[in-house]
Ligand binder design. Structure first.
Ligand SMILES: Nc1ncnc2c1ncn2[C@@H]1O[C@H](COP(=O)(O)OP(=O)(O)O)[C@@H](O)[C@H]1O
Ligand SMILES: [Mg+2]
Length: 289
């Protein structure tokens, strides 16, 4: 009766996050056996990572670890390489050097455990597809090769739409949404992926206060369920209130750690350099150096 959503990867302006089709029961079994160790293995480990576009390096020598179960803010000025870092972790751009591990294994083996919300501008919002189908696409990573989404997948897509308050918009074309509604839909899609670790590129950009609050609440729930959520964030005023853990980036890594330890005026100075108006404005909201 209902036709499945097309593998509408063409919604992406750039190369999509490839759906993992290697989903063997053996992999599942190994994961279950590894769960006990998983608590100690970092959710993300990045070593000596560098990325270049047309031979011009944009991030280099990046080393950090993020423990599981943290809500992480990735913070830095425009052009600092935040989106590039996420794309490199997700295998969307090739590293010039270094490696990435997700829960102790190369990301190739872990793709199904990753969820991605791209920056809104990198999506073709004129692509003719409905809100529901975008969310259902989130299930594709869980489907075997050539398997169509079934009733359970569709029910889950509905549930995710309800969680972000977008069920009433299910049949609307994505071109006919406000910015905040688009972000909610992409959040629902990420929820449908049922990942263990989420990477979200500026999910709060251009949303109204109510949507920001709703998204933050949802991210808090995911974290409380033990998931790891990495969020590119540009509002320095809210970093301390929103995030347990902070990564400060300006082409090189400035700091990575618990917010109260690393979100200091000194580190912000290193990250933003002479942009002191930002710093003066924010100084009272950050912890002492
Ligand atoms: N596809 C691309 N080709 C060439 N240069 C790029 C590309 N994407 C980003 N850049 C450049 O890489 C640098 C980092 O960009 P980006 O990762 O988008 O930074 P941020 O997300 O922190 O604003 C910028 O100088 C940007 O112009
Ligand atoms: Mg960016």
């Amino acid at each position: 009766m209902s036709s499945p959503a097309p593998p509408a990867h063409s919604i992406w302006k750039e190369a999509p996050f490839t759906v993992n089709q290697v989903q063997t029961t053996e992999l599942r079994r190994q994961e279950a056996a590894g769960d006990a160790q998983a608590a100690r293995v970092p959710a993300v480990e990045v070593h000596d990572l560098s990325v270049a576009y047309q031979k011009r390096p944009v991030i280099w020598g990046i080393d950090f670890q993020i423990p599981a179960g943290k809500l992480v803010g990735l913070v830095g000025p425009n052009g600092a390489g935040k989106s590039t870092l996420l794309k490199a972790i997700l295998g969307l751009v090739p590293p010039a050097s270094g490696w990435v591990k997700i829960f102790g294994r190369p990301y190739d083996a872990q793709r199904r455990r990753l969820g991605y919300v791209p920056q809104r501008e990198s999506v073709d919002w004129d692509f003719p597809t409905s809100v529901f189908d975008v969310v259902l696409m989130g299930r594709y990573g869980h489907l075997g090769l050539f398997r169509r989404p079934g009733k359970a997948d569709r029910e889950m897509a509905w549930e995710c739409l309800r969680r972000v308050g977008m069920a009433d918009f299910a049949h609307r074309q994505i071109s006919q949404l406000s910015g905040g509604q688009q972000q909610r839909v992409f959040l629902a899609r990420a929820l449908a992926q049922d990942a263990d670790i989420y990477f979200m590129d500026e999910p709060l950009a251009g949303v109204d206060a109510a949507t920001e609050h709703a998204i933050l609440e949802l991210l808090g729930v995911l974290r409380d369920q033990g998931k790891t959520v990495v969020v590119v964030h540009h509002d320095l005023q809210t970093v301390s209130a929103y995030f347990d853990w902070v990564l400060l980036l300006n082409m090189q890594l400035v700091a990575c750690g618990p917010t109260k330890d690393v979100f200091t005026p000194e580190n912000l100075q290193k990250t933003y350099g002479g942009r002191l108006t930002v710093l003066a404005h924010t100084a009272h909201t950050v912890s002492p150096a």
